[in-house]
Design a binder for this molecule. Structure first.
Ligand code: HPA
Length: 234
Protein backbone atom coordinates (compact mmCIF):
# COMPACT_ATOMS: atom_id res chain seq x y z
CA UNK A 1 0.00 0.00 0.00
CA UNK A 2 1.13 3.54 -0.70
CA UNK A 3 0.36 6.50 1.54
CA UNK A 4 -3.00 7.31 -0.05
CA UNK A 5 -3.90 4.13 -1.96
CA UNK A 6 -4.62 0.91 -0.08
CA UNK A 7 -3.75 -1.53 -2.87
CA UNK A 8 -0.92 -4.00 -3.34
CA UNK A 9 1.17 -3.76 -6.52
CA UNK A 10 -0.56 -5.88 -9.17
CA UNK A 11 -4.03 -4.81 -8.00
CA UNK A 12 -3.99 -1.84 -10.37
CA UNK A 13 -3.94 -2.03 -14.18
CA UNK A 14 -1.47 -0.18 -16.42
CA UNK A 15 -4.39 1.89 -17.71
CA UNK A 16 -6.19 3.99 -15.11
CA UNK A 17 -9.24 6.18 -15.66
CA UNK A 18 -9.40 9.17 -13.35
CA UNK A 19 -12.77 10.79 -12.67
CA UNK A 20 -12.81 13.51 -10.01
CA UNK A 21 -15.68 12.00 -8.03
CA UNK A 22 -15.12 8.61 -6.35
CA UNK A 23 -18.79 7.74 -6.88
CA UNK A 24 -18.18 8.17 -10.61
CA UNK A 25 -15.36 5.64 -10.27
CA UNK A 26 -17.85 3.23 -8.69
CA UNK A 27 -20.40 4.01 -11.43
CA UNK A 28 -17.85 3.24 -14.19
CA UNK A 29 -16.78 0.02 -12.49
CA UNK A 30 -20.35 -1.21 -11.96
CA UNK A 31 -21.73 -0.17 -15.34
CA UNK A 32 -18.81 -0.79 -17.70
CA UNK A 33 -16.38 -3.31 -16.18
CA UNK A 34 -16.84 -6.97 -15.44
CA UNK A 35 -15.47 -8.61 -12.32
CA UNK A 36 -14.61 -5.21 -10.84
CA UNK A 37 -12.84 -5.40 -7.49
CA UNK A 38 -12.43 -2.44 -5.16
CA UNK A 39 -8.75 -1.75 -4.40
CA UNK A 40 -9.06 1.47 -2.44
CA UNK A 41 -11.29 2.94 0.24
CA UNK A 42 -8.68 5.21 1.88
CA UNK A 43 -10.38 8.63 2.33
CA UNK A 44 -13.39 7.11 0.51
CA UNK A 45 -11.49 7.70 -2.73
CA UNK A 46 -12.89 4.57 -4.33
CA UNK A 47 -10.79 2.65 -6.83
CA UNK A 48 -11.65 -0.48 -8.84
CA UNK A 49 -9.98 -2.83 -11.29
CA UNK A 50 -12.00 -4.85 -13.78
CA UNK A 51 -12.16 -6.01 -17.35
CA UNK A 52 -13.59 -4.21 -20.37
CA UNK A 53 -15.98 -5.85 -22.85
CA UNK A 54 -12.91 -6.53 -25.04
CA UNK A 55 -11.14 -8.30 -22.18
CA UNK A 56 -8.64 -5.58 -21.26
CA UNK A 57 -7.74 -4.94 -17.63
CA UNK A 58 -8.54 -1.36 -16.61
CA UNK A 59 -8.57 0.49 -13.31
CA UNK A 60 -10.57 3.51 -12.29
CA UNK A 61 -9.79 5.73 -9.33
CA UNK A 62 -11.33 8.96 -8.06
CA UNK A 63 -8.70 11.71 -8.06
CA UNK A 64 -10.61 14.50 -6.35
CA UNK A 65 -10.86 18.14 -7.29
CA UNK A 66 -7.85 20.32 -8.02
CA UNK A 67 -4.24 19.77 -8.97
CA UNK A 68 -2.55 19.11 -5.58
CA UNK A 69 -4.88 16.20 -4.89
CA UNK A 70 -4.71 14.69 -8.37
CA UNK A 71 -0.92 15.04 -8.20
CA UNK A 72 -0.74 12.78 -5.15
CA UNK A 73 -2.79 10.01 -6.74
CA UNK A 74 -0.96 10.22 -10.06
CA UNK A 75 2.46 10.08 -8.37
CA UNK A 76 1.53 7.02 -6.35
CA UNK A 77 -0.15 5.27 -9.31
CA UNK A 78 3.02 5.68 -11.37
CA UNK A 79 5.69 5.22 -8.67
CA UNK A 80 4.13 2.47 -6.58
CA UNK A 81 1.76 0.69 -8.97
CA UNK A 82 3.53 1.07 -12.34
CA UNK A 83 0.61 2.80 -14.10
CA UNK A 84 1.52 3.58 -17.72
CA UNK A 85 -1.61 5.23 -19.16
CA UNK A 86 -3.65 7.80 -17.25
CA UNK A 87 -6.89 9.14 -18.67
CA UNK A 88 -8.76 11.85 -16.83
CA UNK A 89 -12.50 11.68 -17.47
CA UNK A 90 -14.03 14.88 -16.20
CA UNK A 91 -16.09 17.95 -16.83
CA UNK A 92 -15.26 21.50 -17.83
CA UNK A 93 -16.82 24.91 -18.35
CA UNK A 94 -16.93 26.36 -21.88
CA UNK A 95 -14.96 29.56 -22.51
CA UNK A 96 -15.95 29.97 -26.18
CA UNK A 97 -19.40 30.69 -27.64
CA UNK A 98 -19.07 27.77 -30.09
CA UNK A 99 -18.28 25.28 -27.32
CA UNK A 100 -21.67 23.91 -26.27
CA UNK A 101 -23.01 21.91 -23.33
CA UNK A 102 -22.42 18.14 -23.85
CA UNK A 103 -19.49 18.75 -26.24
CA UNK A 104 -16.51 16.47 -25.67
CA UNK A 105 -13.11 18.13 -25.48
CA UNK A 106 -9.78 16.35 -25.86
CA UNK A 107 -7.24 18.58 -24.14
CA UNK A 108 -4.18 18.72 -26.41
CA UNK A 109 -2.55 21.16 -23.98
CA UNK A 110 -3.27 22.77 -20.61
CA UNK A 111 -2.58 26.35 -19.62
CA UNK A 112 -2.77 27.23 -15.94
CA UNK A 113 -3.08 30.04 -13.40
CA UNK A 114 -1.58 27.74 -10.76
CA UNK A 115 1.70 28.37 -8.93
CA UNK A 116 2.61 24.65 -9.10
CA UNK A 117 4.65 24.79 -12.30
CA UNK A 118 6.08 28.22 -11.57
CA UNK A 119 7.55 26.64 -8.45
CA UNK A 120 8.55 23.38 -10.13
CA UNK A 121 10.26 25.13 -13.06
CA UNK A 122 11.67 28.02 -10.99
CA UNK A 123 9.62 30.69 -12.76
CA UNK A 124 10.27 29.30 -16.25
CA UNK A 125 7.42 28.12 -18.43
CA UNK A 126 6.65 24.47 -19.23
CA UNK A 127 3.99 23.52 -21.81
CA UNK A 128 1.93 20.60 -20.44
CA UNK A 129 0.73 18.53 -23.40
CA UNK A 130 -1.26 15.36 -23.97
CA UNK A 131 0.31 12.14 -25.19
CA UNK A 132 -0.05 12.33 -28.96
CA UNK A 133 -0.72 8.62 -29.47
CA UNK A 134 -3.53 8.56 -26.90
CA UNK A 135 -4.91 11.80 -28.30
CA UNK A 136 -4.92 10.62 -31.90
CA UNK A 137 -6.38 7.20 -30.99
CA UNK A 138 -9.18 8.87 -29.02
CA UNK A 139 -9.83 11.31 -31.84
CA UNK A 140 -10.09 8.41 -34.31
CA UNK A 141 -12.40 6.46 -31.96
CA UNK A 142 -14.68 9.50 -31.65
CA UNK A 143 -14.97 9.61 -35.45
CA UNK A 144 -15.84 5.91 -35.53
CA UNK A 145 -18.50 6.32 -32.81
CA UNK A 146 -19.85 9.51 -34.40
CA UNK A 147 -19.12 11.55 -31.28
CA UNK A 148 -18.20 15.13 -32.18
CA UNK A 149 -15.08 16.23 -30.34
CA UNK A 150 -13.05 19.41 -30.06
CA UNK A 151 -9.30 19.28 -29.62
CA UNK A 152 -7.43 22.18 -28.04
CA UNK A 153 -6.04 24.07 -25.11
CA UNK A 154 -7.83 24.07 -21.74
CA UNK A 155 -7.26 26.17 -18.64
CA UNK A 156 -6.46 24.32 -15.42
CA UNK A 157 -7.40 26.80 -12.72
CA UNK A 158 -6.83 26.77 -8.98
CA UNK A 159 -9.86 28.97 -8.36
CA UNK A 160 -13.33 27.56 -9.04
CA UNK A 161 -14.72 30.70 -7.41
CA UNK A 162 -12.95 33.79 -8.75
CA UNK A 163 -15.06 36.45 -7.00
CA UNK A 164 -12.56 39.32 -7.20
CA UNK A 165 -11.96 38.94 -10.94
CA UNK A 166 -15.11 37.25 -12.29
CA UNK A 167 -14.19 38.08 -15.91
CA UNK A 168 -10.61 36.85 -15.78
CA UNK A 169 -11.53 33.80 -17.93
CA UNK A 170 -12.07 36.18 -20.87
CA UNK A 171 -8.34 36.74 -21.03
CA UNK A 172 -7.76 33.02 -21.68
CA UNK A 173 -10.71 32.91 -24.07
CA UNK A 174 -9.02 35.63 -26.19
CA UNK A 175 -6.13 33.21 -26.73
CA UNK A 176 -8.43 30.44 -27.96
CA UNK A 177 -8.57 28.36 -24.78
CA UNK A 178 -11.66 26.17 -25.16
CA UNK A 179 -12.69 25.44 -21.58
CA UNK A 180 -11.78 25.60 -17.91
CA UNK A 181 -11.28 22.75 -15.45
CA UNK A 182 -8.94 22.12 -12.51
CA UNK A 183 -6.57 19.17 -13.06
CA UNK A 184 -5.13 18.63 -16.54
CA UNK A 185 -1.96 20.77 -16.36
CA UNK A 186 -0.69 18.79 -13.38
CA UNK A 187 -1.66 15.42 -14.91
CA UNK A 188 0.29 16.24 -18.09
CA UNK A 189 3.28 17.62 -16.20
CA UNK A 190 3.69 14.60 -13.92
CA UNK A 191 3.09 12.20 -16.81
CA UNK A 192 5.82 13.97 -18.83
CA UNK A 193 8.25 13.79 -15.92
CA UNK A 194 7.57 10.08 -15.48
CA UNK A 195 7.39 9.26 -19.21
CA UNK A 196 3.91 7.78 -19.11
CA UNK A 197 0.95 8.50 -21.37
CA UNK A 198 -1.79 10.93 -20.30
CA UNK A 199 -4.92 12.44 -21.78
CA UNK A 200 -7.83 14.49 -20.44
CA UNK A 201 -11.23 13.82 -21.95
CA UNK A 202 -13.77 16.36 -20.77
CA UNK A 203 -17.49 16.93 -21.26
CA UNK A 204 -18.79 20.46 -21.13
CA UNK A 205 -21.05 20.69 -18.07
CA UNK A 206 -21.46 24.47 -17.96
CA UNK A 207 -20.66 27.59 -19.91
CA UNK A 208 -19.05 30.76 -18.59
CA UNK A 209 -20.22 32.43 -21.81
CA UNK A 210 -23.95 31.62 -21.60
CA UNK A 211 -24.23 30.71 -17.88
CA UNK A 212 -26.03 27.47 -18.81
CA UNK A 213 -25.52 24.28 -16.76
CA UNK A 214 -26.32 20.64 -17.40
CA UNK A 215 -28.78 19.07 -14.96
CA UNK A 216 -27.56 16.11 -12.90
CA UNK A 217 -29.35 13.68 -15.26
CA UNK A 218 -27.84 15.36 -18.34
CA UNK A 219 -24.39 15.26 -16.75
CA UNK A 220 -24.74 11.54 -16.21
CA UNK A 221 -25.78 10.94 -19.85
CA UNK A 222 -22.85 13.02 -21.16
CA UNK A 223 -20.48 11.25 -18.81
CA UNK A 224 -21.71 7.84 -20.01
CA UNK A 225 -21.07 8.78 -23.67
CA UNK A 226 -17.57 9.95 -22.78
CA UNK A 227 -16.78 6.69 -20.95
CA UNK A 228 -17.91 4.70 -24.00
CA UNK A 229 -15.47 6.73 -26.08
CA UNK A 230 -12.58 6.17 -23.66
CA UNK A 231 -13.27 2.45 -23.34
CA UNK A 232 -13.15 2.17 -27.13
CA UNK A 233 -9.53 3.34 -26.87
CA UNK A 234 -8.33 1.32 -23.88
N1 HPA B 1 -14.69 25.98 -13.62
C1 HPA B 1 -13.73 25.17 -13.15
N2 HPA B 1 -13.80 23.86 -13.23
C2 HPA B 1 -14.89 23.33 -13.82
C3 HPA B 1 -15.90 24.10 -14.34
C4 HPA B 1 -15.79 25.50 -14.24
O1 HPA B 1 -16.67 26.26 -14.69
N3 HPA B 1 -16.85 23.28 -14.85
C5 HPA B 1 -16.41 22.02 -14.65
N4 HPA B 1 -15.22 22.05 -14.03
Amino acid sequence: MSIHIGATPGDIAETVLLPGDPLRAQFIAEKFLTGAKCFNTVRNMLGYTGTTARGNKVSVLGAGMGMPMLSIYVHELINEYAAKRLIRVGSCGALQPDVKLHDVILASAASSDSALNLRRFKGMSFAPTADFQLLSQTYAAAGKLNIPVRVGNVLSTDLFYQEDEPDEWKFWAKYGVLAVEMETAELYTVASRKRVQALSVLTVSDSLVTHQNLTAAEREKSFTDMIKLVLEVV
